[in-house]
Design a protein around this ligand. Structure first.
Ligand code: B12
Length: 412
């Protein structure tokens, strides 16, 4: 989706190609062929994940990125510009690791276009917001600027992507063609790097604009299954309701899923979501223990979780819960409370992540550093680094494996 946004917001006179390595069997050959064939002046690379956040056997993705950069260099003299969520979290570390020229943090639509224009015109671009570039031995990072009016951003252009492949059903997540109805998240969860990516202030798209994109997806690609990837679909509540009303009014026969934060629940919203075609919600409750909800600063209570799940059941809406086990203060009691709440609420799926990936700029990083639980310098967090509460580290994996064996709805 990020790439599709970048593409649609570039000035039209540019000739461009998209190489989507999402489904690639041999990224080396595909990259080399694409660069040699197209011979670009500039290469933008979108890096989504640093690693897979797997505590026991982490896969660090950047060595493959390094190989991609090497191939780009070998096959062309083009300047390389990095972007994407991984880059937003670790701009200087990734620039150094990949030994590249520059990158952009934050939303890339405007700045990437401005950068290209300035480069073409031979103008100074070093002051552009969000620009990251080497200056001698140092790396300069400009403050990113958020796009104030989301409606003014041109809708994503998916024509250069293999949309059909994204439509194929995957086992673990129902819908893979994605859409955003807002950007930014004002919550304070202690482990989350989203403020570095989308920022904390919310920028909302008008419901008409959102639903026109859905209509376009139907008309242009025949897509009738989508996923809302907003950090918080149901906040502000009245916006989520208006999006649902607009879908209902236009009689779009679609099915969709979305994220859901238990802090912002109303029966009316959930009924409207159901009527508008929502089949599944992803509830980021992370725990079933009041102590852990406080520790992670989730901003909602166990009662909020129970309340929204009871509404989902009432309207027969599928719901999936995400758990994040092992944060500061996690112990046997909190784990048992969580398991018992999940067994009682009985979601369609429970996704379990054990161990918290520690990112720069997040509150948890300071907490575990102060606790002496971070065995390395904060500036080396690029390598997969996790926090796992000492009170659970010896037994939690076996314990959760037993639960997932017993209950096929749990995914570890
Ligand atoms: C929705 C989502 C999911 C959904 C994805 C649904 C789907 N089919 O796409 C699900 C739940 C499946 C999921 C899974 C995972 N996710 Co996720 N996910 C997100 C979320 C909330 C939104 C992503 C999104 O679509 N954003 C909307 C698009 C428009 O934004 P964007 O891609 O960032 O692009 C913008 C900018 O980055 C920039 N940009 C992008 N590319 C480029 C390129 C250039 C050249 C330039 C200049 C700029 C630029 O401009 C774009 C437009 O403004 C983010 C959090 C976040 N807010 O980013 C986490 C996030 C990306 N996910 C994360 C993780 C770790 C994962 C998993 C590894 C979790 C796991 N353990 O399994 C998996 C990996 C899945 C995969 N295959 O990659 C982390 C990544 C951390 C990191 N960088 O390493 C994030 C940041 C969440 C977090 N807070 O930790 N995820």
């Amino acid at each position: 989706l990020g790439l599709a946004y970048i593409v649609s917001n570039l000035d039209e006179e540019h000739e461009l190609r998209v190489l989507d390595l999402m489904f690639s069997d041999g990224f080396e050959e595909e990259t080399r062929n694409a660069i040699e064939e197209f011979d670009p002046d500039l290469i933008g690379i979108s890096i989504r994940n640093v690693d897979d956040q797997n505590y026991l056997k982490p896969r660090f993705f950047l060595p493959e990125m390094k190989e991609i950069v090497r191939i780009c260099r070998d096959s062309s003299n083009a300047k390389i510009v990095l972007g994407g969520s991984a880059f937003c979290i670790f701009p200087d570390e990734i620039l150094r690791y990949l030994n590249t020229d520059m990158g952009i943090i934050g939303e890339g639509e405007r700045v990437f276009n401005d950068l290209i224009r300035k480069m073409e015109e031979g103008d100074d671009y070093s002051h552009l917001p969000g620009l990251v570039m080497t200056k001698g031995n140092n790396i300069m990072i400009n403050e990113p600027q958020q796009i104030e009016s989301f409606d003014e951003v041109k809708m994503p252009d998916r024509n250069l992507l293999d949309v059909e492949r994204y439509c194929a059903k995957m086992e673990v997540y129902p819908h893979n063609v994605t859409i955003q109805s807002k950007r930014g998240c004002p919550m304070d969860c202690i482990y989350c790097p989203n403020p570095l990516i989308e920022g904390k202030s919310m920028r909302i798209r008008s419901p008409k604009n959102v639903v026109s994109e859905i209509e376009m997806l139907k008309d242009d690609f025949g897509i009738d299954e989508i996923s809302f990837v907003d950090c918080l679909f149901n906040y502000p509540l009245d916006h989520a309701e208006s999006v649902c009303r607009e879908i209902i009014e236009r009689e779009l026969d679609i099915s969709w899923d979305c994220t859901f934060n238990p802090a912002f629940t109303s029966r009316r919203l959930i009924e409207l979501m159901k009527k508008a075609g929502c089949t599944d919600v992803m509830v980021g409750n992370e725990s079933g223990s009041a102590k852990m909800l406080n520790s992670l600063k989730k901003g909602f209570s166990i009662e909020d979780v129970e309340r929204c799940c009871s509404y989902f059941k009432d309207v027969d809406m599928g719901f999936r819960c995400f758990l994040l086990i092992g944060g500061p203060g996690e112990d046997r009691d909190t784990v048992e409370e969580t398991v018992s709440l999940m067994e009682r609420l009985d979601p369609n799926i429970v996704y379990v992540t054990i161990g918290i990936r520690v990112y720069p700029g997040c509150e948890i990083t300071k907490i575990v550093n102060d606790l002496g639980r971070l065995n390395q310098q904060i500036n080396t967090l690029l390598r997969p680094t996790f926090y796992l509460s000492p009170a659970v580290e010896d037994w939690i994996f076996n314990y959760m494996r037993e639960i997932t064996k017993r209950n096929r709805k749990w995914i570890l």
